[in-house]
Design a protein around this ligand. Structure first.
Ligand SMILES: [Zn+2]
Ligand SMILES: [Zn+2]
Length: 195
């Protein structure tokens, strides 16, 4: 059986707001904040230039647009679009988490800037969010203020991990048993992190 390392909660659909043939990923059901929706598993790898050289031209184009550098074992994730105010964030702990509730049918987005990729922003950003960087040129590393914003978003979502249904919990813990404490409701929080 093919294991799913992206939660089976999304479909890839055309997304004309980004251009005629552009696609995006959309929620097939309500996905609450705190849901872990993806992690890099052992099957996910990275494309090497040698491997890419063996691909057909159309496939290379597809890899460069949707998969490079990560070879996701589930291609759906490669279609996730950027937003300056995303629904999902990479935690830097090996998994991605929903930071804002996603309604059924709504597009799921991530902030590409957290991947330290500048190539996406040659023409600025048109996500339309109120905190959109618009025509500002993005240079990594991200400014302190932005990194603080990301940290806050991620921390607040991670606190909800024990409280929401986690479709990837079993698979995630099989590969990353050290993350078990994140699912533990009774974990004592440090005092300075009062809510
Ligand atoms: Zn994988
Ligand atoms: Zn934007």
């Amino acid at each position: 059986m093919e294991r799913e390392m992206i939660a089976d909660l999304f479909v890839v659909k055309k997304c004309p707001k980004y251009g005629k043939d552009e696609k995006g990923i959309f929620a097939t059901q309500f996905i609450p904040k705190g849901t872990i929706v993806h992690f890099l598993c052992k099957k996910c790898g990275t494309w090497s230039l040698k491997e890419m050289a063996r691909l057909s031209k159309p496939r290379i184009l597809q890899v460069l647009t949707h998969e490079y550098p990560t070879k996701y074992c589930d291609r759906r994730l490669g279609y996730i679009n950027h937003s300056c105010n995303p629904k999902i964030m990479e935690t830097q702990k090996g998994f991605d988490i929903v930071v804002r509730d996603i309604a059924k049918g709504e597009e799921a987005t991530e902030d590409y800037r957290i991947f330290n990729e500048e190539k996406h922003f040659d023409g600025g950003c048109k996500c339309g969010e109120k905190n959109c960087m618009k025509n500002t040129t993005y240079r990594s590393p991200a400014p302190k203020k932005l990194r603080r914003f990301w940290d806050g978003e991620i921390r607040s979502a991670m606190r909800l991990i024990p409280d929401v249904k986690q479709p990837l919990k079993k698979e995630l813990l099989k590969e990353h048993p050290e993350l078990r404490r994140l699912f533990n409701k009774n974990e004592k929080r440090p005092k300075h992190q009062s809510n």
